[in-house]
Ligand binder design. Structure first.
Ligand SMILES: NC(=O)c1ccc[n+]([C@@H]2O[C@H](COP(=O)([O-])OP(=O)(O)OC[C@H]3O[C@@H](n4cnc5c(N)ncnc54)[C@H](OP(=O)(O)O)[C@@H]3O)[C@@H](O)[C@H]2O)c1
Length: 269
């Protein structure tokens, strides 16, 4: 039986680890050709090898690129367009949590870095992919937010602000692009990843609390839990779903909207 993404071309940013790698795995297993990027080439080569072993008919290509640099994230989209002539699914996943400081001492450049690596990165990739999606008759965009966009975390206002901006961009794009059969949605994930492991190691109490406050009592699996959610949003069956924020946190973010576990970890990342 052909995979659900057979013949489709997907771009997944930041897919050498964590959620991005989980989504890329899920997509290649469904037959998609996947173009992905990250900044570190050695990890890119390793992930490419891993993904090629799982591929079900599609191709897999790594591009070394920093999404916070416009020309570089555009080059990732161009790799798909020049190589395969289309982009059916774009997952703007890459983003790192960089500094942990209260608003009064967090410099403007931290906000700019967070915006460049998240909000602008997503916007630049979407702008580059849009003409192809429009001309080919449709496509899907999945962006990544965080529960911290709503939970007002202490010490991470730059990250929270860029995630809130990504949600607003998602809704506006959904409204502008729906007429071209392009759906645009956003996921708020909570999953095992390199960043999560680093955070949990530095903040064991906060990590335990965070896991205990999740109705399912665990972080998500990048491939099974988040990969399937993203897959569901880029298949033909999801074409009537747009402009929505999906809780990919096992219910933690929506059910515990006021819970924040960032108080204690200034300087610990
Ligand atoms: N894990 C969670 O529970 C959680 C919760 C809320 C939101 N999120 C969001 O979910 C997404 C994935 O998070 P994650 O925890 O899976 O992250 P992760 O484990 O840190 O992996 C991040 C991936 O993105 C790449 N990356 C980071 N910055 C990049 C940049 N500027 N340009 C290109 N690639 C970049 C990394 O590779 P290089 O370092 O080599 O570039 C890596 O492949 C992010 O948008 C994050 O904000 C995650």
């Amino acid at each position: 039986m052909p995979g659900r993404l057979a013949g489709k071309v997907a771009v997944v940013t930041g897919a050498t680890a964590g959620i991005g790698l989980g989504i890329a795995k899920r997509f290649v297993k469904e037959g998609a050709t996947v173009i992905f990027n990250a900044r570190r080439a050695d990890r890119g080569t390793a992930a490419q090898q891993q993904l090629r072993q799982l591929a079900q008919g599609g191709e897999v290509h790594f591009v070394q690129a920093d999404v916070s640099v416009r020309e570089q994230v555009e080059a990732v989209i161009d790799r798909a367009l020049n190589g395969f002539g289309r982009v059916d699914a774009l997952v703007n996943n890459a983003q790192r949590l960089v500094t942990v400081k209260p608003i009064m001492v967090k410099p403007d450049e931290d906000y700019q870095n967070a915006l460049d690596g998240g909000f602008f990165a997503s916007k630049w990739a979407m702008q580059r992919a849009f003409p192809a999606m429009r001309d080919q008759g449709g496509g899907s965009v999945v962006n990544m937010t965080s529960g911290w966009a709503w939970q007002a975390p202490v010490n991470a206002s730059d990250y929270a602000a860029t995630k809130a901006a990504i949600e607003a961009l998602t809704r506006s794009a959904a409204n502008e692009w729906g007429r071209y059969n392009i759906n645009v949605n956003v996921i708020a994930p909570y999953a095992k990843s390199k960043s999560w492991d680093k955070y949990a190691a530095a903040n064991p109490d906060a990590a335990r609390l965070s896991q205990a406050s999740n109705p399912l009592k665990r972080a998500g699996d990048p491939e099974f839990d988040l990969g399937n959610l993203a897959l569901g949003l880029v298949t033909e069956e999801a074409r009537f779903i747009t402009g929505q924020t999906f809780d990919g946190s096992g219910g933690a973010f929506y059910l515990r909207r006021t819970h924040s576990s960032t108080e204690a970890w200034t300087g610990k990342m």
